[in-house]
Write a protein that binds this ligand. Structure first.
Ligand code: PAF
Length: 257
């Protein structure tokens, strides 16, 4: 694996996985998917200040560069790139505004978040020029918005990777205290065991450590309430435990709609 200093050293037409580091097995699965598309698996590690509306969240975001280099190598990354702020955001860089879906759910709780995400992803794509880019389904809304800004890159969705108790893997999980970590399994349990939106909410309400932000069924295309025309419905959940924001989602089988 090569650790590269700037984007010019990257192979073109690669399979690309942008990350914010603090790598875990969830990222590992994205790298594995990437390796099915190209022999050149490029990963970037850049904690993007533009997508943090909360300064404390940005400061506390875990940063583990040495461990990330080891793990990236183990997971089959061929080129690892740590961009600098100046490289991503030169003077006068173009900022993007994410599509209307950005106003809902994560966007409503985190104003400006998705503008920051699409701006950095567009910059990363312009610099890396990948053939394919892989994103996790865990950030389901992010995935939908990225599809809108990158016609020339094939966007591949990779399934959520879970801990043994079902908790969706996330770099933020390490910030949960031991009790919070145990409580956090309620989210995937509720998604798995519920048969309706009402049931999803009532299972989540049974865990006092969890403050629910939203627990909804949505049409995967519009992010609005599912209708007769909806092809795919997804249950999406966000909430806080120990002040740590946790996200998860699951496809709703048609008989549950
Ligand atoms: O999902 C993430 O880790 C980030 O939002 C991304 C896509 C790397 C952009 O900073």
């Amino acid at each position: 694996m090569k650790v590269v200093k700037n984007a010019q050293e990257l192979p073109s037409a690669c399979a690309f996985v942008p990350t914010m580091g603090a790598l875990h097995a969830g990222h590992g699965s994205l790298f594995t998917v990437a390796s099915q598309y190209s022999d050149d698996v490029v990963a970037s590690i850049y904690v993007n200040p533009l997508q943090f509306e909360n300064k404390e969240d940005l400061e506390k975001y875990p940063r583990t560069p040495e461990r990330d280099i080891e793990l990236a190598e183990e997971y089959g990354v061929t080129h690892l790139w740590f961009p600098t702020y100046e490289e991503i955001y030169p003077e006068g860089f173009p900022t993007l505004t994410a599509g209307p879906i950005a106003a809902l759910y994560e966007g409503s709780s985190r104003p400006g978040h998705f503008d920051g995400v699409v701006t950095v992803v567009r910059r990363l794509f312009d610099l890396v020029k990948p053939k394919v880019a892989i994103f996790g389904e865990k950030d389901f809304q992010q995935l939908a918005l990225i599809r809108e800004i990158a016609a020339e890159v094939e966007i591949v969705a990779a399934p959520i990777i879970r801990e043994n108790d079902g908790l969706a893997m996330s770099s933020r999980n390490v910030r949960l205290d031991p009790k919070g970590r145990i409580a956090a399994k309620i989210i995937s349990q509720a998604l798995r065991d519920s048969e309706s939106e009402g049931e999803l909410r009532s299972i989540l309400a049974s865990e006092p450590a969890l403050t629910v932000d939203y627990a909804d069924y949505i049409d995967e295309k519009t992010f609005l309430a599912p209708t007769e025309e909806s092809e795919f419905t997804r249950a999406i959940v966000a909430g806080w435990i120990n002040g740590i924001r946790l996200l998860d989602n699951m496809a709703v089988k048609s008989e549950k709609k």
